[in-house]
Design a protein around this ligand. Structure first.
Ligand SMILES: CCCCCCCCCC(=O)SCCNC(=O)CCNC(=O)[C@H](O)C(C)(C)COP(=O)(O)OP(=O)(O)OC[C@H]1O[C@@H](n2cnc3c(N)ncnc32)[C@H](O)[C@@H]1OP(=O)(O)O
Length: 193
């Protein structure tokens, strides 16, 4: 049983999403957008999500649930699973070459996910309306074609890179601005017309 709030329904006039001509090729592994990211960075306790570009404005990802991700004994914490969905959906930015942040995300928890499970995630943009990006994701267990354990719909809102510079703590912002690799990632998104 699931019901969605109406803000997750694309309004009349919403457009089909457009894959950017410079988007990574289908099958290409996407790097971390930020090495300290809880979702795609390498730090211990993080999700260490591995994301691959798919066809169109879609992608796949894998997340291995480890002991640091437990809620109940031997089971993944729901918030961690939501974080994996959020990160997977956020990675769609790479395919459109826009920077967007989560405005709203609704998750259905369909099956418990034991520690040691590889969660096979799939996400796609469903529609775009101005700065609003509508998207959906699923997470399956037992293989990429296995049963759905979690699914989400979300609304991302496009922002400028200034969003992070204005709002982030200065220590991390200054370190990121001094890192040529990080600046390169930001530029790739900023050139979007
Ligand atoms: C390379 C980068 C890779 C990034 C990867 C991301 C990884 C994972 C993704 C995340 O977790 S991002 C972190 C979690 N999200 C945030 O921290 C966002 C915090 N919220 C904000 O900063 C602002 O609320 C936000 C930028 C989302 C919107 O503020 P704005 O002032 O820019 O927009 P505004 O409030 O004018 O809203 C623009 C439109 O979006 C709609 N909107 C905004 N927030 C909404 C919301 N929460 N629910 C529904 N609609 C929303 C709003 O109604 C309006 O619709 P209309 O254009 O039709 O009037």
């Amino acid at each position: 049983m699931s019901g969605r709030t109406t803000v997750l329904k694309p309004p009349e006039g919403a457009m089909a999403p457009v894959r950017h001509p410079d988007a990574p090729a289908p099958g290409e592994l996407l790097g971390a957008h930020y090495d300290q990211c809880f979702g795609c960075g390498e730090q211990s306790g993080g999700l260490r999500l591995r994301v691959r570009a798919g066809e169109g404005v879609g992608l796949t990802a894998e997340f291995t649930v480890d002991a640091a991700h437990q809620g109940a004994p031997g089971l993944a914490h729901g918030g961690v699973l939501t974080a994996a969905l959020d990160e997977t959906l956020g990675s769609l930015n790479w395919l459109q070459r826009v920077i967007a942040v989560t405005g709203r995300l609704e998750t259905d928890f369909v099956r418990p996910v034991p520690v040691g499970t590889v969660l096979h995630l799939e996400a796609r943009v469903t529609a775009v309306h101005g700065r609003k990006i509508y998207c959906a994701a699923t997470g399956r267990i037992g293989g990429p074609e296995g049963p759905v354990a979690v699914r989400a719909e979300a609304l991302f809102i496009e922002v400028r890179v200034d969003h992070f510079i204005k709002n982030g703590r200065s220590e991390e912002i200054n370190a990121a601005l001094a890192d040529p690799d990080q600046v390169k990632v930001a530029r790739a998104f900023e050139v979007n017309p």
